[in-house]
Write a protein that binds this ligand. Structure first.
Ligand code: SF4
Length: 302
């Protein structure tokens, strides 16, 4: 479906994910997620990072950002806002300001934040922290030292940071822990279970497992097809859904019973090809130098 957005005609993805691999479901109202890049900097140096494919090193113009959000919102094109980077929580005051800006337009807009957990406790200073739809905390191993090795940084959320923030949040379901499935780390059903048991121990309710996007040599070497693991779940897992998008990704979700008899929700998602989604638009990106792109490495439209 083609839509005029700013001065460009955008070919929007009009399909919803479907539980039937061969039949896709048409959306009634195709809409877009706006990714706001707070910064292109990051405290970490992950070997699988795709951030260096699109860096501008600018600084956000809040007046222009407000115009863009309002433009999409007024035309019923805004499905939600994701605050990302680089690492957005290098600048917690800017993140807080963006959240307040979005909610000043409509407090019901779905806002997500992705972070590796630097300055994690600063989240509790945010006026609207309990209104967020989700905070996606990247945590790639249950062992803190191994996790720090994956990030090549010790300045990511520690176990104690996670427990502290989770303890102080009113809405206990905001934090999702996101874990990459990759060879040598979380790479088998046994390791998936160890991760879910860890997530239960730190008091978080949800753990997402994501396959690497094969965007560089490291990711190609460490890639694991999620079906190799998640097709073989045992009695500790209760599977709810298996969804397919038309071309882009495939996912499952359900719940897991931990060793401590806690219930942790899980989901697992595999993106089929790097940037394949960008043939049909699902996302716009607001860059650090105040351009709007059709996807992370797409054409400038404003
Ligand atoms: S935390 Fe994210 S942005 Fe930072 S290096 Fe890792 S993948 Fe890249």
């Amino acid at each position: 479906m083609k839509k005029q957005i700013f001065n460009s005609e955008i070919d929007m993805n009009e399909y919803l994910c479907s539980s039937d691999e061969n039949h896709n479901v048409l959306r009634v109202n195709p809409s877009l997620r706006l990714y706001i890049k707070v910064t292109d900097d990051c405290n970490a140096k992950c070997d699988f990072c795709a951030n260096n494919l699109s860096r501008d090193f600018g600084s956000l113009d809040f007046a222009k950002l407000g115009i863009v959000i309002r433009y999409l919102y007024d035309r019923n094109l805004l499905h939600g806002v994701s605050i990302t980077g680089g690492e957005p929580m290098l600048y917690p005051d800017i993140v807080n300001r963006i959240i307040n800006l979005v909610y000043s337009i409509d407090p019901h807009i779905e806002v997500q934040l992705s972070t590796n957990g630097i300055n994690f406790r600063r989240l509790l200073d945010f006026e609207n922290i309990n209104n967020l739809e989700s905070i996606h905390l990247s945590r790639h191993h249950y062992d803190e030292k191994v996790n720090q090795r994956i990030f090549h940084s010790s300045k990511v959320a520690s176990d104690n940071d996670i427990i502290y923030v989770q303890d102080h949040l009113e809405d206990k379901k905001i934090i999702n822990i996101n874990t990459l499935v990759m060879k040598g780390y979380i790479d088998s059903l046994k390791e998936i279970k160890a991760m879910l048991n860890y997530v239960g121990r730190v008091g978080v309710y949800k753990n997402g497992f994501v396959s690497l996007m094969k965007c560089n040599e490291f990711s190609k070497e460490r890639f694991i097809n999620f079906n190799d693991i998640f097709r073989h779940l045992d009695k500790d897992f209760f599977l709810s859904h298996h969804f397919y998008s038309k071309t882009y990704c495939e996912c499952i979700d359900g719940v897991y019973l931990t060793d401590d008899a806690k219930i942790v929700e899980f989901y697992a998602r595999m993106v089929k090809e790097c940037n394949q989604c960008e043939s049909k638009t699902m996302q716009l990106v607001y860059t650090t130098n105040n351009r709007v792109l059709n996807g992370f490495s797409g054409k400038e439209i404003f």
